[in-house]
Design a protein around this ligand. Structure first.
Ligand code: MLT
Length: 334
């Protein structure tokens, strides 16, 4: 039966529904795998600044550095379930959830920052956004460009493939990277990113690969001595938002998030250009010994491309997918 109290309750409930749906003002959580000073943090800060501006200060966000919210691969699961808002992580830690992303972690495909920008911001990037929503329930809204993953180790200078013999190298839990080291004759040790510093420190593993800026942000110079300028993976690191959260946002908020992602991506490219050389110099001043692979890296390139590429044609959705990327980059197809 009708009652004033019932009416009041109904009005109150309706007002509450309007207020909370779609998502009201929020301080989003952003998981970050790396430490302070890295390319992931730089991307995250730029994103937050643009998000505040684009949403007229309605929304902000907080970065949780150093894997505080879980390993990079765990954060994908958490965001997929809506238990985490955003995550910034290396692309190689998304590949296990959405294998077509592997096209961009195959060895020696992306050979420069310009290549990385071309594939992430063009039609190939847009396709990957769709695939990761479909496969992993996360939406890529921005990219950090972090530079080549150089190889570091605590034991000896590495110039040739043969020099790798006797080294225990940590890799992410990523089949493409595991196979790449196998093509170079060693069996690498898959280990979560959040456990890698301890692994190096306790000498469970001798070496690992990551970009200069990441090596510095993670303080690996404390436990690693030799660096080889490998260029097998140019590290690109997506900023992802939980697709369930994204769908709960109003159209305006979605737009604010997407635009902030774009602004942060553009900032990341300039951050890399301004920072990488300086960090490289600082690392050598801190005692790291840096060398180039022999013979222009030819042996590394030949072994990796001839054996690893064909092994992953099927998982990336066919050889054509790789050829699309190679064509977009103006290179010879396979
Ligand atoms: C990894 O090696 O697992 C990642 O590339 C680390 C990172 O996100 O920097």
């Amino acid at each position: 039966a009708f009652s004033i109290k019932g009416l009041k309750t109904a009005v109150f409930a309706a007002a509450l529904a309007v207020a909370v749906s779609p998502v009201s003002a929020k301080n989003f959580k952003i998981a970050v795998g790396d430490g302070a000073g890295g390319t992931q943090e730089a991307l995250g800060k730029a994103f937050i600044e643009a998000l505040e501006k684009n949403s007229n200060k309605k929304h902000t966000a907080t970065l949780f550095l150093n894997g505080q919210l879980g390993s990079e691969q765990d954060t994908v699961n958490n965001a997929a379930m809506g238990a985490l808002d955003f995550s910034i992580l290396a692309i190689n830690n998304i590949t296990p959830f959405s294998p077509s992303v592997g096209t961009l972690t195959l060895p020696y495909v992306i050979l420069s920052l310009e290549d990385a920008q071309k594939v992430t911001t063009g039609p190939i990037g847009q396709q990957l956004v769709k695939n990761t929503i479909r496969d992993a329930n996360v939406r890529i809204i921005g990219w950090a460009y972090s530079g080549f993953r150089v190889l570091s180790n605590s034991k000896k200078p590495v110039k040739s493939v043969a020099d790798l013999d006797g080294l225990v190298v940590r890799v992410p839990k990523n089949a493409i990277m595991i196979e790449t080291y196998k093509s170079w004759g060693i069996n690498p040790t898959p280990m979560a990113w959040s456990e890698t510093f301890a692994g190096l420190q306790q000498k469970v593993v001798d070496g690992q690969d990551n970009p200069y800026i990441t090596i510095n942000a993670m303080k690996f110079y404390e436990v690693q001595k030799y660096v080889t300028n490998l260029r097998y993976i140019f590290s690109i690191e997506p900023l992802v938002v939980s697709e369930s959260l994204f769908q709960d946002l109003s159209k305006e908020d979605q737009q604010a998030v997407l635009e902030a992602g774009k602004a942060a991506t553009a900032f990341s490219a300039s951050f890399l250009k301004e920072t990488e050389d300086r960090i490289k110099k600082e690392l050598s001043e801190k005692g790291m010994e840096i060398s180039d692979p022999a013979d222009g890296e030819k042996e590394f390139i030949d072994k990796a491309t001839s054996t690893v590429w064909p092994k992953f044609y099927e998982s990336i959705g066919g050889k054509d997918k790789l050829n699309e990327v190679l064509t977009a980059l103006g290179r010879e197809t396979v």
